[in-house]
Design a binder for this molecule. Structure first.
Ligand code: ZN
Ligand code: ZN
Length: 481
């Protein structure tokens, strides 16, 4: 028998106790019938987000998937939905179902779909039980934006980026073929404890010194010893659970724009029901909890740091933490399919291929995208602006007239950013729901500092995010070889 190692919460922030919660809707594989008329022809009505019987038009919804623990602040150990369990690699993806109406056998390839029609009696057969290959999650957030609405949003987004768009792209752009995709995510709730120790500064006054040639601004500030310690619950932290999508740094694929349309209203997600996927495509999860844990921890620490910064408003010159501790006491994991409308465009550029996406959150209509740029045009316009800038630098009498010489570069960068949106991402550190409790604060005056040359505290890190360590972690976890 395998002996479980007993690790106390003090010595590690990872408890080993795991409870698996069965999240199935209780239905068996096979016919999933309309509660009113018994038809199996059921699909999602994206106008309402409900299921609709295509025979009698009756609308209904699957039950919501509630949190596993009623009080997150008391959660200890790990609770996971049955849809989160490790994928078993030799699982047979092909499942054969027997139609209960006519007895025919229907084959479903779960890599592609979770439903198929019986060729003989036209009944729809669905996969309802969770098979351990990552294709059946615990919950689904139904599409609530129609294709037409999504097309409008995408056209609006691209329409604002026409002038410098690549001519080939302009010619080929159409929203006719946009896809409704359910992407796989992990949704995590946490109960944690965090503590921070460092120093903060408050502005007192500023003054100018020196002669006309060499003027310098100096600052006086009050220096404080600062401590914050608190219990923290985090709700619905959402992470891509497909390796490819999690990697927002890929050069040939603009995944970051799909990341940027988060957050979703996860609280409205319902239990898995294959009917929600009819007419849409889905990607399935290819990661397990163990591979994602470190990413969750990196983001959770950022979230804790931002929660702490809410209590630091009096330090207008900022805070520098010298010691940070984060202890994860308990967590809940659920696997989810979340709805995205996706336009994609493959650009071929000197033998390199870049996949540009424009993505619409199919709940909130938030849009983000990447539009291929016509570089010759952008360079010419920037160059002319640069010439004008240089002319102005020599003709306008103004202390900072040298700034005119940067105008062309500045313009180039602004436009490039507006079209490609390469730095866009989901701001989880601010947009994730948190609750702080039992806050302990220390704010102890140390001394007044004079003649400081910095406008803010040196080494301020109270609003840092760990983008860099996240990207490195991706490399280490997924591309070891
Ligand atoms: Zn019906
Ligand atoms: Zn049949």
């Amino acid at each position: 028998m395998k002996k479980e190692r007993n690790v106390s919460a003090k010595s590690t922030n990872r408890s080993t106790k795991t409870t698996i919660i069965q999240t199935g809707n209780g239905l068996q594989n096979g016919q999933n019938k309309c509660p009113k008329c018994g038809s199996t022809d059921i699909s999602l009505n994206p106008k309402t987000g409900n299921l609709r019987c295509n025979f009698c038009r009756y609308e209904f919804a699957e039950e919501k998937l509630e949190d596993f623990s009623s009080d997150l602040s008391k959660l200890e150990g790990q609770m996971i939905g049955s849809g989160v369990q490790d994928r078993i690699l030799d699982t047979n993806d092909i499942i054969t179902l027997k139609c209960t109406s006519c007895g025919a056998e229907v084959v479903i390839d779960t890599r592609e779909v979770t439903q198929a029609r019986c060729h003989w009696c036209r009944n729809t057969l669905s996969i309802q039980e969770q098979i351990p290959n990552g294709s059946i999650p615990d919950m689904v957030l139904p599409f609530h934006v129609t294709k037409m609405e999504a097309q409008k949003e995408i056209e609006k987004f691209v329409g604002k980026r026409k002038f410098f768009a690549h001519p080939q792209f302009q010619k080929e752009f159409t929203t006719e073929n946009i896809m409704g995709v359910y992407f796989p995510y992990m949704v995590i709730d946490e109960n944690a404890h965090a503590s921070f120790i460092g120093e903060g500064e408050q502005f007192v006054r500023s003054y100018v010194r020196g002669n006309n040639q060499n003027q310098m601004v100096y600052y006086d500030a009050d220096l404080y010893h600062v401590e914050r310690e608190f219990d923290l619950t985090i709700s619905d932290l959402t992470l891509e659970s497909k390796k490819d999508r999690l990697d927002g740094t890929k050069a040939n694929q603009t995944n970051n724009v799909i990341n940027a349309i988060m957050p979703f209203d996860i609280e409205n997600a319902v239990k898995w029901n294959a009917n929600y996927l009819k007419g849409y495509t889905s990607e399935r999860r290819d990661t397990n909890i163990d591979e994602l844990k470190d990413f969750v921890e990196i983001q959770s620490k950022d979230i804790a740091r931002f929660a702490a910064s809410e209590t630091l408003k009096q330090y207008d010159r900022g805070v520098r933490w010298e010691n940070e501790e984060f202890q994860m006491k308990g967590q809940e994991w659920k696997a989810a399919y979340l709805p995205v409308w996706l336009y994609s465009y493959q650009q071929e550029k000197n033998q390199e291929k870049i996949l540009h996406y424009v993505a619409v959150n199919a709940r909130t209509k938030e849009v983000m995208g990447s539009v291929p740029i016509h570089y010759p045009k952008l360079l010419i316009v920037s160059f002319f602006l640069e010439l004008i800038g240089i002319f102005l630098m020599f003709t306008v009498d103004f202390d900072y007239s040298f700034l005119f010489a940067t105008i062309g570069f500045f313009y180039y960068f602004v436009i490039w950013n507006r079209y490609r949106n390469k730095s866009e991402r989901h701001h989880y550190e601010k947009e994730t729901k948190t609750e702080m409790k039992n806050i302990r604060k220390v704010d102890r005056f140390i001394q007044r500092e004079r003649n400081l040359s910095n406008a803010t505290i040196r080494g301020a890190n109270y609003q840092d995010v760990s983008n860099q360590s996240f990207a490195e972690k991706i490399k280490k976890t997924f591309y070891q070889d």
